[in-house]
Design a protein around this ligand. Structure first.
Ligand SMILES: [Fe+2]
Length: 467
């Protein structure tokens, strides 16, 4: 294999260079008539790199890809860079108006809708950016002036109250993270600091009916690494310890209970719920992350259950499924309550992928993302596997319900799948109750969507129909 300049600029990671708009896309199968809205997905798509060799996947400017489904048709596909000030400069455009406070960046990690607005999100400092229905950038957004500082990549919407919860952290503020609650109308109603040490990375969290669950794990900001020019200066820090914080939803920092766990790393929550004096918490657990002393062979991320016994003050850790998998998602209607089903994408050891400075890792690149989606039935303890073609690559699957009050798995798992025959991407819609069967539909995009992070199914009733 020829020497590479940067694994994140090649193969399935390679950024696209054009923004395209395509109408009336070809379809195989039948798009369910009840799916009226947009499938949106965010991911890094670097623009104007000053030093390609030093680029890290997590740091590329955000590009949102969207497919609009309506009345059984795939009306459009669009991809748009989020216009941060620097993206606008590079594209020769005017800066978008809005509140930028210090840290400006084109959010690249998630895209959600809340209070009628479409928002691109990233952690560690920057504000969200608001997008139009057609994915053009409105500007940076601070929830009508109510957001005190930066925001977060991951949010949890309480389906009963309509409140949007997040944990915000900022590399330049290593001594605290912040629980932020936005009400159903789109205004921040709570911003509660929780003291921590060492500047831990806190990518996701969990929400139950009573609690917010924080992951204070041994990946912390490293000034040494930052000074050495490492673009993502977070490292495995065994001395930091590993603990789970249980914050009552309306509690203060003094109310947090911390429970120790075995040192590990969690990017993502499947879901969590209260069970008497216990909290059941399902996560995608990595054995380690960003460990410069052990960059290879540390193991795949698994689906694990942590049962937090608040009376005994301890955590019971168990493995639900040992195949490599990540990007856990549930039916959003069950978030904070008991879930039966979960969806994940197969992956390999992502630590090798995410440590750009290590050597001999090229073999991991092609295998880091897999070609299968998994559906877990956690009540029965069974797993169904939907395999795509041998050279296909699939990312996160998002669940879209068939109807507002249907059963938990009455709906569809929707994901971008790289189709190697066309060197382009299909939007695949799987029937969740016939998970191993044929997709109900595949929308054939004319272009490749680079591997990215997270997305949402946004029904038109949440945002209006854009016209
Ligand atoms: Fe994430």
């Amino acid at each position: 294999m020829a020497a590479t300049t940067n694994r994140y600029l090649e193969g399935q990671f390679a950024p696209v260079t054009e923004e395209v708009t395509v109408h009336d896309l070809p379809i195989t199968g039948r798009i369910p008539a009840e799916l009226n809205g947009r499938y949106l997905r965010n991911g890094p798509n670097p623009l104007g790199l000053d030093d390609p060799a030093a680029h890290h996947w997590f740091l590329g400017e955000g590009m949102v890809h969207g497919v609009r489904l309506r009345n059984g048709k795939a009306e459009w596909y669009r991809n748009r860079w989020v216009r941060s000030a620097s993206v606008a400069d590079t594209l020769g455009e005017q800066h978008r108006p809005g509140p930028v406070d210090g840290m400006d960046f084109a959010p690249n990690t998630h895209v959600i809708a809340h209070a009628g607005r479409t928002l691109a999100l990233v952690e560690s400092g920057p504000r969200p950016y608001e997008l139009t229905y057609d994915l053009d950038t409105v500007g940076p957004y601070d929830f009508d002036g109510t957001l005190p500082a930066g925001y977060a990549a991951h949010t949890k919407l309480d389906p009963h109250t309509g409140e949007l919860h997040a944990i915000a952290y900022y590399w330049a503020r290593p001594d605290a993270v912040q629980h932020v609650v936005v009400d159903a109308g789109g205004r921040v109603i709570r911003a509660q600091d929780v003291a921590v040490a060492d500047g831990p990375m806190m990518h996701d969290f969990a929400l139950t009916e009573r609690y917010v669950i924080l992951y204070d794990l041994p990946v912390t900001f490293s000034m040494e690494a930052a000074a050495a020019g490492v673009r993502l200066p977070y490292v495995w820090n065994e001395a930091h310890g590993a603990r789970i914080g249980v914050l009552p939803r309306s509690g203060t920092a003094a109310d947090v209970r911390w429970l120790d766990v075995e040192p590990c790393w969690v990017f993502h929550t499947l879901n969590a719920y209260d069970d008497g004096d216990r909290i059941v918490l399902d996560v995608s657990r990595h054995p380690r992350m960003f460990d410069v002393s052990r960059p290879v062979g540390t193991g795949v991320p698994t689906l694990d259950r942590w049962t937090l016994d608040l009376a005994a003050g301890k955590v019971i850790e168990e493995r639900l499924h040992d195949r490599g998998q990540e990007f856990p998602r549930v039916d959003e209607r069950v978030v904070s309550g008991a879930h039966r089903y979960g969806y994940t994408a197969t992956t390999e050891d992502l630590m090798g992928l995410l440590m750009p400075d290590t050597e001999d890792m090229e073999d991991l690149d092609d295998d880091a993302f897999g070609n299968a989606l998994l559906k877990h039935d956690l009540a029965r303890g069974t797993v169904e596997t939907h395999e795509f073609g041998r050279d296909a690559v699939v990312g996160e699957a998002v669940f879209a319900p068939s109807s507002p009050d249907g059963a938990e798995d009455d709906g569809y798992a929707i994901a971008f799948v790289h189709n190697p025959d066309r060197n382009a991407t299909d939007l695949v819609i799987l029937p969740a109750q016939d998970f191993t069967g044929d997709p109900v539909a595949a929308v054939h995009l004319p272009v490749r969507v680079p591997l990215g992070f997270h997305g949402s199914w946004v029904p038109d009733e949440d945002t209006g129909s854009g016209r």
